[in-house]
Structures are given as structure tokens and as C-alpha cells.
Design a protein around this ligand. Structure first.
Ligand SMILES: Nc1nc2c(ncn2[C@@H]2O[C@H](COP(=O)(O)OP(=O)(O)OP(=O)(O)O)[C@@H](O)[C@H]2O)c(=O)[nH]1
Length: 379
């Protein structure tokens, strides 16, 4: 049954959209997988956005149909006008034409570095979208083992927490009671109104699917005053971008070369970069594990995230590697190699998201302990 609309008016027919955010490696994809396996979440369309040249997250989501969309032309908060709007319009129109199954809600998993403000602004203000979709909440995954450091170092992490309607404290099974209490106190300073829900082993301890769904229309009231200010800045930023787009031609010729207007400035900390390391031959697992362990030990402070698929000698299945800072999580396997996309060539690829850590330093360790030099050019 459709919910009642604003002020008790016409029934609310707009499709609810949950924005699932949280810093790199916080456990967003893990939560998404749990959620999509719940009966209350069937009928959801899912949009996944990733930071890094090669997307891995969508391969880890155990749902494969045409309502799973990979937004891969950059970080959502920078390309929101293009990618997100296009994807939501496209889903709506394709469902209308019955080219895809109907969907009753949308889940957007942002990159771990996304600023939620442009995403919320788009859902609330872009005319086509705002008429058909409504923001049903920002849910932020907060890593109980790493968040205190991340909140001190990364302004994206602070914004993700401050803008949340709900805070899901992930990896509570790995954090001791003191660490959980210290984090809970810091989160309450940044966002006193948001309920904090513990997550153990990727499963919310309370609420079931309602831990993520049904937050109600997004409202900056009740959050720190900064949140309304960030949304206000977003509005100004968007108006300026529209004015600039109207004033500038799409491209012009100068001395025979086509010159395009500069892309909007990135919202991300310039010291954070990502690169892909590829191996063309199967890897020996133990040599690789030694190399990765050493890299995390020596450079963990500068490693925000590592994830990838490996072709391990003697194993027909792709092995999934996941790390956050100094921590390597237990490896798992996918049921098969992807049939399309960059990873379909069955070569090992590792995506590193780092702060001031040159690729060459990582490559030297990998080459010496695996006995195999990484491919010259990451593809
Ligand atoms: N023990 C434990 N591990 C978890 C939990 N949540 C996530 N993990 C592990 O943490 C690692 C990162 O989890 P993801 O779900 O991929 O994190 P993410 O936020 O999607 O990562 P990005 O998209 O790269 O930002 C994986 O190895 C997960 O298995 C949890 O509650 N408990």
C-alpha cells in the first residue's frame, strides 16, 4: 500500500531511496549483501559506485540482474549530475516500459570517499528525480575498529557520519567494549540524533531490514547546523556549475585542437590516490600473502583500502582479497570468474587506495616475494 504523502495529502507514490555510505572498507557491501538476502528487500534496485579504476564491489554483490547498476564514471559525489541522474531516470523508464522487472525501492552504495551532500541534493532537487524518487535516509556504516582514526584524518568520514539518519557500527565482533564505547561517544558528538546500531559479522544486531529502511523523508533539522550549511553550499555550487555550463560552449577549436571546458574540481583530498596492480601469471598464494602482510605492516598508515581478485595457482576460482589499513580480512572466493568487464581476463588485479604511497614501493615488495613482476601497465 502506498504511504500517505506529505501533510496527509495524496498517497506517497515516489520510490524510496536509501543512501548507504561509510568510509572505505567500513562494510557497506557486506551490509548490502545481507540486506538483499532478506525478504523485506526483494524488489530493490541497487546502484553501486566505486573509487578506483577497476570496480570490484559489484562483483561481490550476490545479486545479478539488470536492476544492479554499476556507476563507474568516477566518484558519485563528483559526477552526480551525470551518472546518478542518468541511472535513476533509466531505471524508471525501463521499468515503465517493462524492459526490466518493477522495483519498489532503490539502494545506492556510495564510494567510501563520497560526500553525501551532492547525492542528497540531487534526490531532493533534480526535478525529474525528485518527482519520482524520495530520499528515505542516509545510512552510514562506521567501522568500529578504524573509525576513530578515520574521523580524525578524513573530512569525508566526518560528513558521512554527521549527515546520517542511522549509524551502523560495523565489525563490533572485532572491537573490544572500550573501543566501541569511545566510538559511540564520538559519534554522539557528531550526530546526536542518529540511532547507533551495532553490526556483528555483517549483520545488524537489531531492527532487521528496518535498520536501513524507513528513515522517512531526509531532513537536516535535528542534525548539526553544519549539515544544513553543506546542503546550502551544494545548492550554490550546482547553480554556479549550471551558469558556467550555459555560458561556455561544450568544446571549441584552438589552433586545430579541440579544447573542452575544465572538469569540475574534485571534491577529494588530493593526497588520496588509487592505482591498480596487475599480474599476468597465476600467483603462488603463500608468496603473495607474505608480500601483502609486509606491505600492510610497513605502509598500513598510508593504505586506506586494498581489494582485488587473484588468480591463485591451482585454484580455478577467483580469490577475493580485502584490507583496510593494517588489517587483512580472511580471503574468500567468488563462485566463478566474471564473464565481462576488466576482470574477465582472469588476471590478478589489486586496487590500492592510498595516501602518499607510490605504486613503485608496493610493486617492489610484491615482485620480490611473489617472484613475479607486476605487469608494466595496469589495465
Ligand atoms: N568481522 C567482520 N568483518 C566485516 C564486517 N563488515 C565487513 N567486514 C569485512 O570488512 C571487509 C570490507 O568490507 P566491505 O563490505 O567490502 O566494505 P565496503 O565499505 O563495501 O568497502 P569499500 O566499498 O571499498 O569502501 C571485508 O573483508 C568484510 O568481510 C563485520 O561486521 N565483521
Amino acid at each position: 500500500m502506498a504511504a500517505e504523502g506529505p501533510a496527509g495529502g495524496a498517497p506517497e507514490r515516489r520510490i524510496p531511496v536509501t543512501v548507504l555510505t561509510g568510509f572505505l572498507g567500513a562494510g557497506k557491501t557486506t551490509l548490502l549483501n545481507w540486506l538483499l538476502a532478506q525478504p523485506g528487500a526483494d524488489g530493490a534496485a541497487v546502484l553501486i559506485n566505486e573509487f578506483g579504476e577497476v570496480g570490484v564491489d559489484h562483483l561481490l554483490v550476490e545479486k545479478v540482474d539488470e536492476t544492479l547498476v554499476l556507476l563507474d564514471s568516477g566518484c558519485l559525489c563528483c559526477s552526480v549530475q551525470g551518472d546518478l541522474v542518468r541511472a535513476l531516470k533509466d531505471l524508471f523508464m525501463r521499468a515503465l516500459r517493462r524492459e526490466i522487472r518493477p522495483f519498489s525501492r532503490v539502494l545506492i552504495e556510495t564510494t567510501g570517499l563520497a560526500d553525501p551532500a551532492p547525492v542528497i541534493h540531487t534526490l531532493m532537487e533534480e526535478p525529474f528525480i525528485a518527482e519520482r524518487y524520495r530520499c528515505d535516509g542516509v545510512v552510514t556504516a562506521v567501522d568500529a575498529t578504524h573509525a576513530l582514526d578515520q574521523l580524525g584524518a578524513q573530512r569525508e568520514a566526518v560528513r558521512q557520519v554527521a549527515m546520517a539518519d542511522r549509524l551502523l557500527l560495523t565489525k563490533c565482533d572485532l572491537a573490544d567494549a572500550d573501543a566501541r564505547a569511545a566510538l559511540a561517544a564520538r559519534l554522539a558528538e557528531l550526530n546526536p540524533a542518529a540511532p547507533q546500531i551495532e553490526v556483528h559479522g555483517g549483520v545488524p544486531a537489531a531492527g532487521g531490514v528496518d535498520a536501513l529502511f524507513g528513515c522517512g523523508l531526509y531532513d537536516a533539522a535535528g542534525k548539526l547546523p553544519d549539515v544544513a550549511a553543506w546542503l546550502g553550499e551544494e545548492k550554490v555550487r550546482r547553480q554556479e556549475a549550471e551558469r558556467a555550463a550555459r555560458a561556455a560552449p561544450m568544446a571549441w577549436r584552438k589552433g586545430g585542437a579541440v579544447v573542452r571546458p575544465a572538469a569540475p574540481p574534485s571534491r577529494h583530498d588530493d593526497s588520496v590516490t588509487s592505482y591498480v596492480i596487475r599480474f599476468d601469471e597465476p600467483l603462488q598464494w603463500y608468496g603473495f600473502a607474505d608480500a601483502l602482510g609486509l606491505i600492510l605492516q610497513v605502509y598500513g598508515e598510508r593504505i586506506l583500502r586494498v581489494k582485488g581478485l587473484l588468480d591463485v595457482a591451482g585454484d580455478p576460482l577467483p580469490r577475493v582479497v580485502q584490507c583496510v589499513q593494517h588489517v587483512a580480512y580472511p580471503p574468500s572466493s567468488l563462485p566463478a570468474w566474471p564473464r565481462s568487464g576488466p576482470c574477465s581476463d582472469r588476471r590478478s588485479r589489486l586496487v590500492f587506495i592510498v595516501r602518499e604511497l607510490p605504486k613503485s614501493e608496493v610493486e617492489v615488495i610484491l615482485a620480490s616475494l611473489t617472484g613475479q613482476a607486476p605487469a608494466a601497465e595496469a589495465a
